[in-house]
Design a protein around this ligand. Structure first.
Ligand SMILES: [Mg+2]
Length: 198
């Protein structure tokens, strides 16, 4: 059974450890290791029924190498890769492309989360799009202190494994909201003589 919540996720220092990257002379990543717990997290999310899209800056070849080598490519139902789209996050096209691939429209934005390590790219991009932003603050290589309002993430986790609990919670919220808004008959009625009470 598919989950309501849709997951967009970054790659470098979100799932893979950038300090382990081995590149060729063109800058294509040939090998890279996963962050501790990232493999288990991604596989668990996939097996739980979440729809996952890779939204990442880099070349298609780099991501093919990384996720084929680590045997995780099957986890991504869609990919928005800057090398193919010609623009990097926070450009809206990166997020719009992933949405289009998954058949999602404006009304679905409230059930999409973007997970990333980069305030200027991942968090600003998600916040501007009106989708939920989640910062993964594991990386020692990036500034984790927001410089302005739009760099402030909706949620912060310190390592991948912590995503499991947070995403379950967010999925439940989306599910409950859907029950309330789609229901033909109200689940409860305000007592008519006590209209100020909820
Ligand atoms: Mg990154």
């Amino acid at each position: 059974m598919n989950k309501e919540l849709i997951i967009f996720i970054d790659s470098g220092d979100t799932l893979i450890d950038e300090s382990t990257e081995i590149k060729d002379s063109d800058g294509t990543v040939l090998h890279s290791q996963m962050i501790e717990g990232a493999r288990e997290t991604l596989v668990t999310l996939y097996e739980s029924g979440y729809t996952i899209a890779l939204v990442a800056d880099g070349t298609k070849q780099s991501f093919d190498n990384i996720y084929n080598e680590n045997g995780l490519d099957y986890c991504f139902k869609a990919k928005a890769i800057s090398g193919e789209l010609g623009k990097e996050k926070p450009a809206p096209i990166m997020f719009q492309h992933a949405m289009e691939q998954l058949g999602l429209t404006e009304k679905d934005k409230s059930r999409i989360v973007m997970i990333g390590n980069n305030l200027e790219r991942d968090i600003v991009g998600a916040n501007r799009m009106g989708i939920t932003s989640i910062l993964i603050s594991y990386s020692p290589r990036y500034v984790m202190q927001p410089k302005c309002e739009e760099e402030i993430p909706d949620y912060v986790v310190s390592k991948p494994i912590e995503l499991l609990g947070l995403l379950e919670q967010l999925n439940l919220q989306v599910k409950n909201r859907k029950i309330l808004t789609n229901s033909d008959t109200p689940l409860y009625r305000k007592p008519s003589n006590k209209s100020t009470e909820v």
